[in-house]
Design a protein around this ligand. Sequence first.
Ligand SMILES: *Cc1c(COP(=O)(O)O)cnc(C)c1O
Length: 423
Amino acid sequence: MDKSEQIFSEGKKYIPGGVNSPVRAFASIESTPPVIKKADKAVLWDEDGNSYIDFVGSWGPMILGHNHPLVYKSVVEAAGCGLSFGAATKIEVDMAKLICEMVPSIEMVRMVNSGTEAVMSAVRVARGYTHRNKIIKFDGCYHGHSDGLLVAAGSGVMTAGVPDCAGVPENVTKDTLTASYNRLEEVEAHFKRRGEEIAAVVVEPVAANMGVILPEPGFLEGLRKLCNAYGAVLIFDEVITGFRLGPGGAQEYFHVTPDLTTLGKIIGAGMPVGAYGGKREIMEMAAPLGPVYQAGTLSGNPVAMAAGITLLRILKEHPEYYKKLNETSDAFFGKIKEIIKNKGKNYRVNHIASLGSIFFTGERVLDYVTAKTADTQAFGRYARAMIKKGIYVAPSQFEAMFLSMAHTKEQLEETLKKIEEII
Ligand SMILES: *Cc1c(COP(=O)(O)O)cnc(C)c1O
């Protein structure tokens, strides 16, 4: 037994499944995880000293690579001034201002500690603002693990959402309606039937939690129009796409303006940070200004703010980094497509900017139903072999592959070589 196996099996005695977030257990590829000890730039090392080229990047935050010297320096400096005060600070004001400058639709923003908290809070504010209860979410989109969003697809527009998770009462999900991603007509049907009751539509502007699925032309624009027509709040969950598709996220990329935006992952540079923000009059619903209560002992934590603001400043000051990263990614995913074609396979590659997925299916993937046609057994064989050969890909067919600005040409070529060997 190597060290990773030893530590993981010890962990299973004290932590459910040995992990603090389920996907890390590698169950969906019927394997056990390497236990990670450290990381630098685009490389991870496990407890046994094996190295991996990292295509998970902590599920998104590491767009500059691990251990960026400026981010590291800012964290150490902030820590030297005290870890938390639970009081107003200058750095949280600087951070809020920077976010408002970078993300076009955000006029006011509130910091929280995770993406889950950001979406949960945004939904509450939207309900408080509209005095309505129902929300629409899309089948296969993930918005964190708050009760009301852990909903299985309804069997059509007549039915309310049902819990997708034990421990979630039906009462809590009865106001969550579901629609298929990219199916505007389903959203329209919900609005036609009960438009007066719908507080918000929450959507990943690029779906990245059922593998990567792009919005079809007109889909996001259509949601914007329907929300306008019925007075509902449009929430873009940009926890993945924010600062990933470009400095202004998906809303800037697609030129569609949501009312509220949720952020996470990159915003904390690897520290536990989330945020929700948007139109001033909606955000003014939040306490202490308004009647919607939302709070956090560690929200706006100075060390986390220091990490995040340093990363965001670098991204804001260097739009050319995105240009280069996105061009590199286009070429990389293009080559994966070529490899698949040359091998006579019909697998689908969905990709945008530095985010992509290989779907082990011949169907065009544009919603959860088509994503689920993927052969997860074949994906499991591929992912296990990749990790064994030192390429750390997400251990699930339904997660994205993340490129960073730290990946070198040589590392990407090596990765393509391994993909070619394995596929
Ligand atoms: C990761 C993610 C979340 C949840 O964020 P956590 O920080 O894990 O709570 C919410 N929405 C989207 C789109 C995500 O990818």
